[in-house]
Design a protein around this ligand. Structure first.
Ligand SMILES: *[C@@H]1O[C@H](CO)[C@@H](O)[C@H](O)[C@H]1NC(C)=O
Ligand SMILES: *[C@@H]1O[C@H](CO)[C@@H](O)[C@H](O)[C@H]1NC(C)=O
Length: 336
């Protein structure tokens, strides 16, 4: 028996073990006074790029696949049909797993759920530089790191499904939204027909294709209010009562599309009186907010987009680029 040899090997093994232990501790601490576990951090700029790619992939799938079988998810509170198509599910797969495969630690909330089809998860990895088409200006923006646990991503794989089944493709969008601690920070709204992408990163900038809409203080005396085509409810009467008889009302489809009409100044107020889902709101909210617009519930409450929260905003919403306080005060006065 060679005790000496065994001892030497053990000493060596111990040394290696201790060395590795130190290495791990040093690596976990970041080694430079950075937050204690760097692997918990995600780069918001990378998420913005991935969000654009995910929204565009969803759009490509919708165009390529066609609607396929149309089913009903039931009726909305207002009695409108709530359809879902094969394209909703295919777009969900493309968008959800493009994001989830790239950022496994992010919590992603989608309007749809994965179908049993296992190929749903097999999405091509992101080649950010190749895929960014006309959005290269993002590369010049600064990196920003946050804790992955504070981030919730909301996706709507196909907004305006009802119109999509009617062949009214201009209302259709795919949306991705990044909320940090419940606050919407990045919004991406993509129109597949024809492919056009809009985005906003709050307190930084919007995509170049979003116009700068100037303030006009006269508008609040005769605002153009947009309401839902499929869920009109009593909202038209409410809008006139709140904002005056000079108010013009137009109805339009797709929450993402209605938000874009506020962002580009075609409409001044988006009013929705009944329950609405957060994946319909978050991306438009973020883009509007980037241009200093405001979104609250019709009761003036803020909307919390942290995943712990409920996905439904029961009180409806009031959104405007300018004069939100004024519109909200008028609206609240009609409820008392
Ligand atoms: C503004 O956005 C709406 C909704 O997307 C669109 O229908 C309209 O053509 C846009 N107007 C301008 C001037 O870009
Ligand atoms: C929004 O407000 C900030 C701070 O007041 C300002 O710097 C920025 O230019 C505004 N953005 C737009 C699009 O008006």
């Amino acid at each position: 028996m060679n005790l000496g040899g065994t001892l030497r090997i053990n000493k060596f093994a111990c040394f290696v073990l201790i060395f590795l232990l130190f290495l791990i501790i040093y690596w976990r601490s970041g080694g430079n006074g950075y937050p204690s576990d760097t692997s918990d951090l995600v780069n918001i700029k990378s998420i913005l790029k991935a969000a654009i790619i995910a929204a565009e992939r969803g759009g490509e799938v919708i165009v390529r696949k066609g609607q396929g079988i149309v089913r009903s998810k039931g009726k909305t509170k207002e009695g409108a049909n709530d359809p879902v198509t094969d394209a909703d599910y295919a777009s969900h797969c493309a968008m959800y797993f493009t994001l989830k495969n790239a950022f496994p630690r992010l919590s992603v909330v989608s309007e749809e759920h994965a179908v049993s089809d296992s190929s749903c998860q097999d999405q091509d990895p992101i080649d950010v530089e190749a895929a960014l088409h006309g959005q290269r200006q993002i590369n010049y923006m600064a990196d920003e790191h946050v804790y992955a646990k504070d981030v919730t991503v909301w996706i709507d794989p196909l907004d305006a499904t009802q119109e999509y089944t009617e062949g009214l493709y201009g209302y259709v969008t795919t949306m991705v939204c990044v909320a940090i601690n419940g606050v919407p920070i990045i919004g991406v709204i993509h129109y597949p027909f024809p492919p056009t992408t809009y985005w906003g990163w709050v307190s930084k900038k919007t995509s170049n294709n979003i116009p700068n809409v100037l303030y006009n203080k006269e508008i609040k005396n005769h605002p153009q209010v947009v309401v839902s085509r499929s869920h009109p409810g009593k909202v038209t009467g409410l809008a006139k009562k709140a904002f005056g008889q000079e108010t013009s009302i137009s109805s339009s489809a797709g929450a993402g599309n209605k938000f874009m009409s506020i962002v580009n100044g075609t409409n001044n107020v988006y009013l929705h009186e009944t329950a609405i889902k957060k994946w319909d709101l978050c991306a438009g909210h973020a883009i509007l907010k980037t241009n200093n617009g405001t979104v609250t519930t019709t009761k003036g409450n803020i909307i919390d987009y942290s995943s712990a929260g409920n996905a439904v905003v029961k009180e409806g919403i009031l959104a405007s680029l300018y004069d939100h306080d004024y519109y909200l005060k008028r609206l609240l006065a009609t409820f008392t």
